[in-house]
Design a protein around this ligand. Sequence first.
Ligand code: SF4
Ligand code: SF4
Length: 216
Amino acid sequence: MIVSTQKPLDQILPALEGGNRVFIIGCAKCATVCKAGGEEEVFRMQEELTAAGKEVTGTIIIDETCHMLRTGRDLRSRKEQVDEADFLLVLSCGAGIQSVAEASDKKVVAGSDSKFLGNIRRFGQFEQRCSLCGDCRLNETGGICPVTVCPKGMLNGPCGGMEDGNCEVDSSNRCAWVTIYERLEGQGRVENLRRATPSRDFSHKRHPHNLSLKKE
Ligand code: SF4
Ligand code: SF4
């Protein structure tokens, strides 16, 4: 899921200058799970904006704000409230915010910061395990991502700073490469590490990406 956090009100209010009426949009998927833009957060934002002297013309939680067709359809279903608003304030990831910006000519205000693609450890705890590098190396590393889990993204580790199995960047964390070694050793595959991993092909990181599952 995309982990996002809500911007503080003192960053949102300046973006709403020049207008008084706001329509608030949340997302029922990732932004709800990370409590950046679910029902509760949208309701709280409505209260905070009202207390700050703004008029909230309406609110909506879209099922998946990143789904552009659905977002357009849902906003049309609330046309009157949207039309009354000077701003559409969106509490979702950046992809959702841009769906709204494409679906409406209204001024769109981002109410959240997108942080990372996250695994859910348990409720309210998210961990970054993949940086979407586009050139996955997990087959060589026992399923542990060196690009993400190692702060230096080293493909051949450990670096010289590893101490007692811990990472030099944050000694409270195990070195990613020690973890990879231990995983491969447990699987009888430590020989994997005798081969140097080729450097990354950064052309995979070029963006914007598009993918169509339609057959040519
Ligand atoms: S190598 Fe790491 S960052 Fe790249 S795709 Fe695989 S898990 Fe994601
Ligand atoms: S100690 Fe290990 S995890 Fe930390 S930066 Fe060096 S190789 Fe990466």
